[in-house]
Design a protein around this ligand. Structure first.
Ligand code: B1M
Length: 221
């Protein structure tokens, strides 16, 4: 199979939620020396974007979104060790979670993989994470950064709830807050008082490193 055929197969089979075929093609791609990043950014993510567009048009419903998401998650599991391959020293600690009321986790997991690949220790709290759980994790792990993911306009307000909870617990100044997720914007992040926003996984890694560097150089030792 050519690289183009594999990428097309990944796109088409993710779209219809054919998880076994997506997994086979991902392995095939690796055997054929296709870059993991290419499978991700040229096939899997565009396919999920098309799933979202079809859902918006009313051509797809929740079950179709669910099986497409599962197919993508299967491919991510195959790609995870390669995307997270690192010789980097630990650059910081990152507590991450999808906010309360929200079950989307593919984007969050991808950010986690890239962070690990860049040398971060990531503590993943999973999905539907309540403010109290974020607070307990910040107290327990004392991370450099806490990250909130939200994928619905209806769950984005949880950023503010989480920030208020950090403030109330006296932890706001002790941790950098990053936010992200499909509907989130820089303006929204600024409005709720987050320290940083990134649109995708690679930007998230870059920003996380910058924010830590900035904090370390500004805090007197
Ligand atoms: Co849902 N869903 N979904 N869904 N779903 C979206 C998000 C939607 C945009 C589809 C659409 O209408 N076009 C829409 C939200 C609309 C909105 O509010 N603006 C939507 C909806 C409406 C819903 C339901 C409400 C549907 C319903 O029940 N009627 C429901 C909500 C359930 C809930 O959470 N309470 C629902 C359910 C689901 C499934 C469970 C079926 C499934 C999720 C499976 C899973 O995650 N395990 C699902 C899926 C698969 C999608 C789409 C199709 C794909 C999401 C995805 O994985 N994208 C999505 C359509 C779309 O996004 N175009 C959609 C790929 C992923 C790599 O990208 O998630 O953007 P993304 O992550 C990026 C960045 O956002 C960023 O980096 C990631 C990697 O590059 N990022 C960060 C993420 N977190 C970050 C954190 C950071 C920094 C960057 O710092 C902390």
């Amino acid at each position: 199979m050519t690289h183009e055929e594999i990428l097309k197969g990944l796109y088409d089979n993710t779209l219809v939620g054919n998880a076994p075929e997506v997994k086979d093609l991902t392995n095939k791609g690796l055997e054929e020396n296709l870059e993991p990043e290419s499978m991700l950014y040229d096939a899997l993510i565009p396919s999920l974007e098309e799933v979202g567009a079809r859902f918006e048009r009313g051509d797809f419903f929740v079950p179709e979104m669910l099986i497409a998401g599962k197919a993508m998650a299967g491919a991510l599991e195959v790609l995870r060790p390669l995307l997270a391959q690192t010789g980097a020293e630990t650059v910081g600690k990152f507590v991450m979670g999808t906010v309360k009321g929200d079950v989307h986790d593919i984007g969050k997991n991808l950010v986690n993989i890239m962070l690990e690949g860049a040398g971060f220790e990531v503590i993943d709290l999973g999905v539907q994470v309540a403010p109290e759980k974020f607070i307990a994790a910040v107290e327990e792990h004392q991370p450099d950064i806490v990250g909130f993911s939200a994928f619905l306009t209806t769950t984005m307000p949880m950023f503010k709830a989480n920030l208020n909870a950090l403030e109330k617990a006296g932890l706001r100044d002790k941790v950098i807050v990053m936010v992200g997720g499909a509907p989130v914007t820089q303006e929204y992040a600024d409005a709720v008082g987050a320290d940083g926003y990134a649109a995708d996984a690679s930007q998230a890694v870059k920003l996380a490193k910058e924010l830590i560097q900035k904090r370390r150089t500004s805090v007197p030792v």
